[in-house]
Design a protein around this ligand. Structure first.
Ligand code: SME
Length: 158
């Protein structure tokens, strides 16, 4: 496909519905995981204007920063720590409407107010997480979790 996104809808679910097939086309046929994570992060930031979008990959006992879009961020997060490490430990998505109310939240940037973290699996094990930060509270809900989980399937089905 042309390396250009076309998003016209105004509603959140509708924007995800427009974005999903475009991301699938963008990364389909490309086997390199880093390239695909990079384009997925860029597509999400472009489509929604999120403050920070990026990946952390499980390497040994830590999550290590992968491709991202936005300001510089923490490089390593330990198992069970912060929102990302909690998503890894609990093996489930974390929706945080107000990061100040999440015990142990790791503040990579003080402008971040709400956050969603979605884990993804490879061969039955958590391979990493997608982390999205907003500079406003309450930006994320089950709609985001639902569509982001679908999008991450493109990544692991390569
Ligand atoms: N807030 C995250 C750390 C990563 S940054 O938001 C990019 C956490 O608590 O795990």
């Amino acid at each position: 496909m042309a390396e250009e996104l076309r998003i016209h809808a105004t509603g959140k679910a509708e924007r995800y519905k427009e974005l999903l097939p475009q991301v699938e086309a963008l990364i389909g046929g490309e086997k390199d995981e880093v390239a695909n994570m990079a384009n997925m992060a860029a597509a999400l930031r472009q489509a929604f204007g999120f403050f920070w979008v990026g990946f952390y990959r499980v390497i040994g006992e830590e999550l290590v920063l992968g491709p991202f879009q936005g300001p510089v961020a923490c490089t390593r997060i330990r198992y069970g720590k912060g929102v990302c490490g909690t998503a890894w430990k609990e093996e489930k998505s974390q929706i945080v409407p107000d990061v100040d109310l999440f015990p142990g939240h790791i503040a990579c940037n003080s402008a971040s107010k709400s956050e969603i973290v979605i884990p993804f699996w490879k061969e039955g094990k958590i391979a990493g997480v997608l982390d999205i930060d907003s500079d406003q509270t309450g930006s994320f809900d089950e709609t985001d979790a639902f569509y982001l989980q679908q999008m991450l399937r493109f990544l692991v089905n390569m």
